[in-house]
Write a protein that binds this ligand. Structure first.
Ligand code: PMP
Length: 290
C-alpha cells in the first residue's frame, strides 16, 4: 500500500508493461544512487497528449545534455506514450517518463557499458479548479539555491523539493525564486509578470527549466495581442507587478494574487491572465475536438 497510488496501475519498465507493484529497479541504479537521470511529463486531456512533440524534443535534449543514449527513436517514444494512455484508460492525466544511466558499480564517472533504465507511468490529474482560477494562488519569494544547469530536466530535484517544502512551511501554494536579485522560476513552475499590460518572462537560459508552456504562452500572447518581453526581471519588479502568473503542465496557467502576504495589483486575477487563460482553455478544447 502506498497512499494515493494505485499499485495495480500499469507501468512500463525496460520494454515490459507491468503492474506498478511488480515493477522493480536495482538499488545500484544510478538514478537511485546519484540522481543520474532525466524525466519529462506529458499532459493529456481526454486521453490525448498535449504538445507531445515539444515534450519529446525536450526529453531528447535532456538525454543529449547528459550523454545518455537510449535505443529509442521519436516514433518509439510516441508509441510508448500512446500505449500507456491506452492501457491506463485515463482521461485527464499525465504521462511521466524517466530515463536513468542504468545499473552499474557505484563510481561517479559514467560507466562504460550500462544500459539506460527507461520507466513510464500515468497518473490522473485534475485541471485547475474554479477557485484557483478565480481567486488565484499565494506565493512567497525565496533565494534560488539550486545548481547552474536548471535547464536540464534532471531527476536530481533536491533543490526543487526543498523549495516546494518552503512553500508548504509558509502555508502558500508556490515559491518565487531569485538568484542574485533576479527572478528565476517557481519550485515546479515558470513565473511570469505583467506590468502596464506587457507580459514579462525571464531569459530562457541555464538558470531555469524552459517549460513547454513557454512556447505555448508565446503563441497565446501573439494571438491575443499581448506584448511579450523576455529579459532579466529584478526582485522589486515582481513585488510591484500588476500581475504574477505561474505555468506548468498540470497547473496550466494560474494567477498569483497574494505575494509575500500582500495582494498583487488589486488582489484579483488580471486582464493579461484572463486573455491567456481563455487561449489556454481553447487550445485544450481544440485538442479534445480534433
Ligand atoms: N520549472 C520547473 C522547475 C518545473 O519543474 C516545471 C514543471 N515541469 C516547469 C518549470 C514548467 O514546465 P512545463 O511547462 O513543461 O510543465
Amino acid at each position: 500500500m502506498i497512499p494515493g497510488v494505485d499499485v495495480d496501475s500499469i507501468v512500463y519498465l525496460n520494454g515490459e508493461y507491468l503492474r506498478l507493484a511488480d515493477a522493480k529497479v536495482s538499488v545500484l541504479d544510478r538514478g537511485f544512487i546519484f540522481g543520474d537521470g532525466i524525466y519529462d511529463v506529458v499532459p493529456a486531456y481526454s486521453g490525448r497528449p498535449f504538445r507531445m512533440d515539444d515534450h519529446l524534443s525536450r526529453l531528447e535534449r535532456s538525454l543529449d545534455s547528459i550523454n545518455i543514449s537510449v535505443d529509442m527513436n521519436r516514433s518509439d517514444w510516441e508509441t510508448l506514450v500512446a500505449e500507456m494512455l491506452h492501457r491506463s484508460g485515463l482521461s485527464d492525466c499525465m504521462v511521466y517518463i524517466q530515463v536513468t544511466r542504468g545499473v552499474a558499480k557505484r563510481e561517479h564517472a559514467f560507466p562504460k557499458n550500462s544500459t539506460p533504465t527507461v520507466f513510464c507511468m500515468v497518473a490522473p490529474f485534475s485541471r485547475p479548479t474554479e477557485e484557483e482560477r478565480n481567486q488565484g494562488l499565494s506565493a512567497v519569494a525565496i533565494p534560488d539555491i539550486r545548481w547552474l544547469r536548471c535547464n536540464i530536466k534532471s531527476v536530481s530535484l533536491l533543490g526543487n523539493v526543498l523549495a516546494k517544502q518552503a512553500a508548504v512551511d509558509a502555508g502558500v501554494n508556490e515559491v518565487v525564486q531569485f538568484r542574485d536579485g533576479y527572478l528565476t522560476e517557481g519550485a515546479s513552475s515558470n513565473v511570469w509578470i505583467a506590468k502596464s499590460g506587457i507580459l514579462l518572462a525571464p531569459p530562457r537560459d541555464n538558470l531555469i527549466l524552459e517549460g513547454i508552456r513557454f512556447g505555448l504562452i508565446e503563441e497565446l500572447a501573439l494571438q491575443s495581442g499581448v506584448q511579450l518581453q523576455s529579459r532579466q526581471i529584478a526582485e522589486y519588479e515582481v513585488a510591484t507587478a500588476d500581475e504574477i502568473m505561474i505555468t506548468s503542465a498540470t497547473r496550466e496557467i494560474l494567477p498569483v494574487t497574494i505575494y509575500n502576504g500582500k495582494p498583487v495589483g488589486d488582489g484579483r486575477p488580471g486582464e493579461v491572465y484572463s486573455k491567456l487563460r481563455e487561449g489556454y482553455d481553447n487550445a485544450i478544447k481544440n485538442l479534445e475536438q480534433a
